[in-house]
Design a binder for this molecule. Structure first.
Ligand SMILES: NC(=O)c1ccc[n+]([C@@H]2O[C@H](COP(=O)([O-])OP(=O)(O)OC[C@H]3O[C@@H](n4cnc5c(N)ncnc54)[C@H](OP(=O)(O)O)[C@@H]3O)[C@@H](O)[C@H]2O)c1
Length: 156
């Protein structure tokens, strides 16, 4: 099973200069709570935004064609995104795709579930959210927080 998790501003920004453009504690806590204990997958640029440390208590898969000069017990480096996606698509284990844009654009075609934080403010940025294809997903749940709401979608 494959879940995409991202946060976007009102103007659909997800990143700026290789980082998140905001620092919203409650949103980060939501991300930590949702991903805890699960396997997370990210592109190499998102990995670099984590300051080269795997997210703790989770298996981290980093997708890169160039490879990484880094080893850690919680880190798997993989150059074939589609094979990883196909493996998890047929598994009951949840794989959480945590970005960035290059990875979301491919993985959305395999996603069973989307967990999207919609931040109520506009932010400047240079990377924008992947479009959710029309008529492919339905809303399962909406949770409201002070500065954002989280909408969970499942594939129709
Ligand atoms: N708001 C959010 O929820 C959120 C979440 C995550 C990231 N972000 C932001 O998004 C930005 C980064 O996103 P991005 O789109 O620029 O980069 P990215 O998707 O994180 O990483 C891109 C890299 O992944 C590898 N890659 C991509 N497609 C591949 C494929 N099919 N096969 C093998 N490797 C592949 C390549 O690595 P190599 O060059 O090493 O080959 C590529 O340079 C940052 O600003 C980050 O903060 C935001």
């Amino acid at each position: 099973m494959i879940t995409l998790v991202w946060a976007q501003s009102q103007n659909e920004v997800i990143g700026k200069e290789g980082k998140l453009p905001w620092n919203i504690k409650q949103e980060m806590q939501h991300f930590i709570d949702y991903t805890r204990g699960k396997t997370v997958l990210m592109g190499r640029l998102t990995w670099e935004s984590l300051k080269l440390k795997p997210l703790p208590n989770r298996k981290n898969i980093v997708i890169t064609r160039k490879g990484l000069d880094f080893e850690h017990k919680n880190l798997e480096i993989n150059n074939n995104l589609e094979i990883v996606l196909k493996d998890f698509k047929n598994s009951s284990e949840e794989l959480i795709i945590i970005g960035g844009k290059q990875i979301f654009d491919i993985a959305i075609n395999f996603a069973d579930k989307l967990v999207v934080s919609y931040i109520y403010e506009n932010y400047d940025g240079d990377i924008f959210a992947t479009k959710i294809p029309d008529n492919s997903f339905k809303v399962l749940d909406i949770k409201k927080f002070d500065e954002f709401e989280v909408i969970t979608y499942e594939r129709k």
